[in-house]
Design a protein around this ligand. Structure first.
Ligand code: PXP
Length: 238
């Protein structure tokens, strides 16, 4: 069974459109849990364009499933997370003017910096995952740095429309996941997954968890969050 982590950033995106109090990500998380979410994910961005520090604190105190916080590897974020202590942090690259996360971290270039950064978080028993592209060299680097969890970037899979290309990408992902598992890594995946492509994706049953945000929140506008999560869970695990 592949677990479903639900990214609720865009509840806060709507709230921030008016800089008010609603809709509330904590309420969204509660409903997502009722719909069967196995985890809640938020991205605390340096520019605070959606999720705020207060949201992360409140979610940590209220949700029953694990809280995964995506963030850039900065000193500011490290300080905040060492006081909030979420269940898991996923390190992602961040660019101020990007619309969404654009790619995986380069663990090869940033190896020594990230090794030290991760150690400082791990002493507080926070689980650390790194968001990387489906590339064996990056997986090798993750293993070398000493992280035990990786999230594979599925953007290419999600954006491929041609059936033959899609089959190739799926085969590539299968090989990448197998490789990571052989190194003893726990493998997650996400970015761009939706109610259509998830049907193919579930062939990758060595993956422990997928993180899905945009498509679930988009559907929830019409169905409510609880139902949108329930539908994705059903598609994910048949
Ligand atoms: N995984 C990571 C690392 C992300 O940055 C995001 C987007 O915030 C997601 C998964 C979810 O992507 P989507 O919103 O396209 O489902």
């Amino acid at each position: 069974m592949i677990r479903l982590g639900v990214n609720i950033d865009h509840i806060a995106t709507v709230r921030e459109a008016r800089k008010g109090e609603e809709p509330d990500p904590v309420q969204a998380a509660f409903l997502a849990e009722l719909g069967g979410a196995d985890g809640i994910t938020v991205h605390l961005r340096s520019d605070r364009r959606h999720i705020s520090e207060r949201d992360v604190e409140l979610l940590k105190k209220t949700i029953k499933v694990p809280l995964n916080v995506e963030m850039a590897a900065t000193n500011e974020m490290k300080g905040i997370m060492l006081s909030i202590l979420p269940y898991q942090i996923t390190l992602v690259p961040e660019r101020a003017d990007e619309i969404t996360t654009e790619g995986g971290l380069d663990l090869i270039i940033n190896q020594s910096f990230l090794r030290d950064y991760i150690k400082e978080l791990e002493v507080s028993n926070i689980n650390i995952s790194v968001f990387i592209d489906p590339d064996k060299e990056q997986i090798k680097a993750a293993h070398k740095i000493g992280v035990s969890r990786i999230e594979i970037n599925t953007t290419k899979f999600s954006e491929t429309e041609n059936t033959e290309e899609l089959k190739k990408e799926l085969a590539h992902l299968k090989e990448i996941v197998r490789y990571a598992k052989r190194l003893g890594l726990t493998v997650f995946a996400g970015h761009g997954l939706n109610y259509r492509n998830i049907l193919l994706f579930r062939e990758l049953d060595d993956i422990e968890e997928v993180n899905i945000g945009h498509s679930i929140i988009a559907r929830s506008l019409f169905t409510g969050i609880e139902e949108a999560v329930r539908q994705m869970k059903t598609l994910l695990n048949g």
